[in-house]
Design a protein around this ligand. Structure first.
Ligand code: OGA
Ligand code: MN
Length: 196
């Protein structure tokens, strides 16, 4: 199932990548700097590591699948999501993506691949509240935190989808506007449209 992620996202694997998570610096935790795992990446030269490092993403503590066929009840929910989220007539990516993050799991900052995904990403959050952080790709001082209560739907469109990275914070860092938001196991159901 790793395959799906590699297909869906802009992933450039360095020659060596240890999957051991590293604690974030406090500046990264404050959302003011892009998150980098220099300690986990080596490359042909330091400049490349520096330049490509922020473009590498990883999801820790997850499993995933995709599904085309759904039961009637689920299909009903998905069609409400689709009609609310996507421009009318916009062709959608057939399979719906399901991501199951362990309590210790998290999603590092990334932008979904423009090759495989269009202008809009819509996700239902199940089981746990969580925080999605958006950071401007070329200016980490511009950021937004979104509180995603369980059972909520988020929609990323246009600039938020193309020019900002998104990430799901790990439990230890899950604080929204000064308020702690415990991150438990979380399942997300994500619909995407196709690039035009
Ligand atoms: C992804 C992603 C967010 C979520 O899989 O690309 O960003 O809500 N998922 O799980
Ligand atoms: Mn994504």
């Amino acid at each position: 199932m790793k395959l799906l992620l590699n297909v869906l996202k802009r992933i450039h694997k360095p020659a060596v990548y240890s999957s051991q998570p590293r604690c974030r610096s406090s500046s990264a935790r404050s959302g003011l700097l892009p998150l980098r795992d220099e300690a986990l990446i080596v490359g042909s030269n330091p400049e490349l590591v520096q330049r490509l490092g922020p473009q590498v993403e990883a999801i820790h503590g997850y499993r995933e699948t995709e599904r085309v066929m759904w039961g009637e009840r689920c299909e009903e929910v998905l069609s409400r999501v689709r009609s609310g989220a996507f421009p009318e007539g916009s062709p959608l990516l057939g399979p719906v993506h399901i991501l199951d993050l362990d309590k210790t799991g998290y999603i590092k900052p990334h932008i979904d691949s423009v090759k495989f995904c269009g202008s809009t990403i819509a996700g239902l959050s199940l089981l746990s509240d969580s925080i999605m952080r958006l950071m401007k790709e070329d200016d980490a001082e511009e950021w937004l935190d979104l509180l995603l209560p369980r059972f909520s739907l988020y929609i990323l469109r246009d600039q938020a989808r193309y020019n900002f990275t998104h990430q799901i914070l790990k439990d230890e860092e899950s604080v929204f506007n000064g308020q702690r938001v415990p991150r438990l196991r979380r399942i997300s159901v994500i619909c995407r449209n196709l690039p035009s």
